[in-house]
Design a protein around this ligand. Structure first.
Ligand SMILES: *[C@@H]1O[C@H](CO)[C@@H](O)[C@H](O)[C@H]1NC(C)=O
Ligand SMILES: *[C@@H]1O[C@H](CO)[C@@H](O)[C@H](O)[C@H]1NC(C)=O
Ligand SMILES: *[C@@H]1O[C@H](CO)[C@@H](O)[C@H](O)[C@H]1NC(C)=O
Ligand SMILES: *[C@@H]1O[C@H](CO)[C@@H](O)[C@H](O)[C@H]1NC(C)=O
Ligand SMILES: *[C@@H]1O[C@H](CO)[C@@H](O)[C@H](O)[C@H]1NC(C)=O
Ligand SMILES: *[C@@H]1O[C@H](CO)[C@@H](O)[C@H](O)[C@H]1NC(C)=O
Ligand SMILES: *[C@@H]1O[C@H](CO)[C@@H](O)[C@H](O)[C@H]1NC(C)=O
Ligand SMILES: *[C@@H]1O[C@H](CO)[C@@H](O)[C@H](O)[C@H]1NC(C)=O
Ligand SMILES: *[C@@H]1O[C@H](CO)[C@@H](O)[C@H](O)[C@H]1NC(C)=O
Ligand SMILES: *[C@@H]1O[C@H](CO)[C@@H](O)[C@H](O)[C@H]1NC(C)=O
Length: 804
């Protein structure tokens, strides 16, 4: 058991390694050895080669074992080699071979191509341009059961030549035939192919039986490389009663105008339903109109890459021939026609395609004198395709098609259309599907649309905004504005049933999702590849994207999410997909932001207020303020020395008898003693006998630098004290406003002061006073302040010490 497992494991490893190797060497799967002057298959081809091109060398022979080492070969091109012989075992090592091109060689006998026995997987086999005399396919062809495209060429084709491929269901059988062809009627009856291509190697191919068989056996017949023989073909076609072929192609042909028109007229009378010319060169073009068959079973006519070989001819005659064709679908594409005329009578054409021509704004119209006559004979046209022309003015175009009453589908992509918004557009009423992509239209285009429009493609224009005052497009369900210049999502007021809105590659920075509320029917939205700015404004949009990811979610499907949605700004998140961007709520929501900032602020303020209140900060502040003022005053205001003559005391103290205790026990010890060093005059202490109280007081005031009033309810009641104040206020004039100091012993609201004491009232209003604090802790500061207010240099203790 164990060795088996090990072996298995090793095998798995080996296979894995081989696969790795083949992956790494994938460029080697395609090897181009064309035009290398090789005379044999190279020996050093990489083993992995799948596509090998050995064309244009001189490999004369292919041998068994030439491809022994290239077992993965799928496509081999040995054309243009002068190859004469291929060994029957050549391809026994390349079972995967699908494409084998052996054209332009010198192989001789189609019955003898025995190497084909080993190429059972072939899809495409090209054996044209060899030296085959007869088309007799050997029995080896029976092994090509998967074959889809077979290309052959020989001089003679006879009955039973193809019986060995009767079992293959071919897509295309290509026969490259020269003009000396010997064709036996009915030879092609064994072939089962959808399309028969007959390429003329000489340019001229005249074989009635071949044409007859082609037209009666194959759905699609393509005649290639013809420069003549049209008369015979036309005759053949007109004589035949029964034609099986529905699609007839003429490719790479050179034809006279007369032959072409004759030929087309003949075909119009047959049962062929689709006629297609491509790579056609027309010569001998007409000067006058050519008649065209009036009635036909033909459904479509198309001309692709048509060129003219004449210079002098009537363009109108050429256009007239084509536009008057009685077909349902007319297409002339990749052809440099500059105008198209109007049919002579009401045309049965349902679909017109003039893609990639050179048509101008005058299309279908005719100028007569000063007037432009609009075409009225294309009333059945439902679909008009004018992609890639030279159209310039959308309003003119609306005039050109105004009588196409059945027009539903209009494609004007890839022109240079503009609309200036001045003149009214006159579209026919039934247009539902309009493509105006890749033009130069701006927002004014919304004024030039029809009401019934359902699908509107404005891709790759210059629309920067959808005007709010547009015509109501009540049936518009799909609006493509990819690659324009929009800066925000539009409002759907103008298109209430909009289902699909494409805004890829515009200039949307931060789509305002709320606008989508006006689009109740919106199912599909594409805003990919816009320059998103990943800031708060984008959050609702990111949310929309994430929501759309959920399959069960019934809302809007966001196309291209998440890979096509990435930030362009700010720099640090550039190219990050929106889905991976996280924009926190806090930074965006104003309310939350306010709360997060304001809350702490409020807390701090409240705390400060509480703390202030708790520790009487305002009182301290007031005290400090007073103290600094006092200091400042002391420094700046200098009293002239002569004014201080006779002044003995720093202060005279006036107080009510009721406050005597405080004055004696608190005030005086703090002012006079060693702590204060001030001299205080109390009228009872410095009382001079023999003088009246008034005289004593007057004396005291006169000898003091300042007057200190201890204010309390009692003081206010005392007339006496009022007088003292009166004197003091007079003296104040002499010694400056700082000569009066008020101490408020208890709160003394203004109303408690009788109105007659104007003096006191005004003084209390003017002077800032010192308040006696109840809190013991604050007393020290109070005293310091009071002392500072009273401090002054007095002349009496030695006079010489008075400043300076
Ligand atoms: C091609 O190869 C042949 C011999 O195989 C040689 O004679 C000839 O000169 C070569 N031609 C070129 C262009 O190399
Ligand atoms: C195949 O490969 C072997 C060894 O690499 C080499 O000797 C031999 O010539 C090669 N054969 C062919 C036909 O390339
Ligand atoms: C083989 O090469 C020739 C010449 O290079 C080229 O024309 C032809 O298309 C090639 N065949 C295939 C099947 O690619
Ligand atoms: C062609 O090949 C077949 C079978 O290999 C053979 O019978 C026949 O004689 C060959 N014909 C010619 C002309 O070589
Ligand atoms: C041979 O035919 C195939 C398929 O019909 C085609 O792709 C290829 O180009 C042809 N080879 C040449 C040299 O024309
Ligand atoms: C080819 O056909 C012609 C006329 O049908 C005939 O004369 C000729 O012998 C044929 N050639 C061959 C090789 O079958
Ligand atoms: C087309 O016909 C010309 C002759 O008119 C010829 O030289 C050319 O090889 C032909 N081309 C093909 C693909 O048959
Ligand atoms: C236009 O459309 C309406 C409704 O679809 C239809 O009844 C009417 O026949 C159409 N007009 C033409 C001219 O086709
Ligand atoms: C409208 O035109 C576009 C582009 O030609 C086409 O893909 C689409 O299917 C059309 N829609 C309708 C409803 O005809
Ligand atoms: C919108 O479509 C409905 C139903 O197809 C139709 O009846 C109506 O006329 C259309 N509206 C316009 C303005 O064409």
């Amino acid at each position: 058991m164990r060795p088996t497992t090990a072996a298995l494991w090793a095998a798995v490893m080996l296979v894995g390694l081989q696969q790795l190797a083949s992956l790494a060497a994938s460029p080697d799967s395609r090897v181009d050895c064309s035009s290398k002057n090789l005379s044999s298959v190279p020996r050093d081809l990489p083993q992995e080669v799948e596509f090998l091109d050995l064309s244009c060398n001189h490999i004369k022979q292919l041998h068994r074992g030439d491809f022994r080492n290239t077992t993965l070969l799928r496509s081999l091109n040995v054309s243009w080699n002068g190859l004469e012989e291929i060994d029957p075992g050549t391809f026994s090592d390349t079972p995967l071979l699908e494409v084998l091109d052996l054209s332009h060689n010198r192989l001789k006998n189609l019955s003898g191509q025995r190497y084909l026995l080993h190429t059972g997987n072939l899809l495409t086999l090209n054996l044209t341009w060899n030296s085959f005399l007869t088309m007799t396919l050997g029995s080896a062809f029976t092994s090509l059961v998967r074959l889809e495209r077979l290309a052959l060429g020989a001089k003679n084709i006879s009955m039973d030549d193809f019986k060995n491929i009767a079992g293959a269901k071919l897509q295309t059988l290509t026969l490259c035939l020269g003009d000396e062809l010997g064709y036996e009627a009915g030879s092609l009856k064994d072939v089962h192919a959808l399309r028969l291509q007959i390429a003329s190697t000489s340019g001229k191919l005249v074989d009635d039986y071949l044409y007859a068989d082609a037209l009666s056996l194959f759905d699609e017949v393509e005649l290639m490389n013809m420069t003549g023989g049209y008369r015979e073909l036309s005759e053949q076609l007109s004589q035949r009663i029964e034609i099986h072929t529905s699609h007839l192609y003429l490719t790479n042909i050179l034809i006279h105008w007369q032959d072409l028109t004759h030929y087309v007229n003949v075909i119009l009378r047959t049962s062929i339903t689709h006629l297609c010319f491509s790579d056609m060169a027309m010569s001998r073009l007409p000067q006058v109109d050519t008649d065209v068959t009036k009635k036909s079973k033909m459904k479509s006519f198309s001309g692709r890459r048509v060129v003219v070989k004449s210079f002098l001819f009537s363009q109108e005659a050429v256009y007239n021939f084509f536009i008057n064709m009685p077909v349902e679908s007319l297409a002339i594409t990749e052809t440099s026609i500059i105008h198209m005329t109007c049919p002579k009578s009401q045309s049965p054409i349902l679909q017109l395609d003039f893609s990639y021509c050179a048509l101008s704004d005058s299309i279908f119209s005719r100028v007569e004198g000063q007037q432009t006559l609009e075409c009225q004979n294309l009333g059945n046209v439902r679909k008009l395709i004018l992609v890639g022309n030279n159209l310039k003015n959308l309003q003119f175009l609306s005039k050109r098609v105004q009588y196409m009453k059945s027009l539903q589908h209009l494609d004007l992509s890839l022109n240079s259309l503009i609309y200036e918004g001045l003149e009214e557009c006159v579209w026919p009423p039934n247009i539902t599907n309009v493509s105006l992509s890749s033009n130069r239209l701006t927002h004014t285009v919304f004024k030039c649309l029809t009401k019934g429009i359902e699908t509107l493609d404005l891709q790759n224009n210059q629309v920067s905004v959808i005007p709010s005052s547009i015509l109501k497009l009540g049936n518009l369900s799909s609006l493509n504005l990819n690659a324009n210049r929009l800066r925000d999502l539009p409002v759907c007021d103008g298109f209430p049933i909009l289902n699909q809105l494409l805004l890829r590659s515009n200039s949307l920075h931060a789509p305002f999702v709320n606008k989508l509320e006006s689009c109740p029917k919106l199912k599909t939205l594409d805003v990919g590849n816009n320059p998103f700015t990943c800031t708060c404004a984008l959050r609702s949009f990111i949310h929309l994207g994430i929501k759309s990811e959920r399959k069960s979610h019934p809302g809007i499907e966001l196309l291209g999410w998440p890979l096509d949605y990435y930030c362009t700004y700010p720099e640090d998140v550039r190219d990050t997909i929106l889905k991976d961007i996280l924009i926190p709520d806090v930074t965006c929501n104003v309310a939350i932001l306010a709360v997060t900032i304001l809350c702490p602020a409020v807390v701090v303020i409240v705390a400060v207020v509480i703390l202030c209140h708790r520790f009487d900060v305002p009182w301290y502040m007031g005290m400090i303020w007073q103290w600094t003022r006092a200091k400042h005053r002391a420094r700046t205001r200098q009293v002239r020395p002569e004014d201080l003559v006779g002044v003995e005391f720093h202060a005279f103290v006036s107080y009510s008898q009721h406050d005597t205790d405080w004055v004696h026990n608190s005030l005086l010890p703090n002012l006079e003693g060693p702590a204060g060093g001030l001299r205080i005059c109390l009228h009872e202490k410095s009382f001079v006998a023999g003088k009246t109280v008034i005289e004593n007081i007057m004396g005291c005031v006169g000898k003091s630098r300042r007057s200190l009033f201890v204010l309390s309810a009692h003081f206010v009641k005392s007339e006496w004290c009022h007088y003292e104040l009166y004197f003091a206020s007079h003296q104040q004039l002499a010694l400056g406003s700082d000569s009066i100091v008020l101490v408020l012993l208890e709160p003394l609201p203004q109303y408690t002061i009788p109105s007659k004491y104007n003096q006191l009232k005004s003084m209390m209003g003017r002077h800032t006073y010192l308040e006696w604090p109840q809190d013991m802790a604050k007393h020290r500061l109070f005293w310091a302040n009071l002392r500072a207010a009273l401090q002054a240099d007095l002349p009496d203790v030695p006079v010489t010490e008075i400043e300076e």
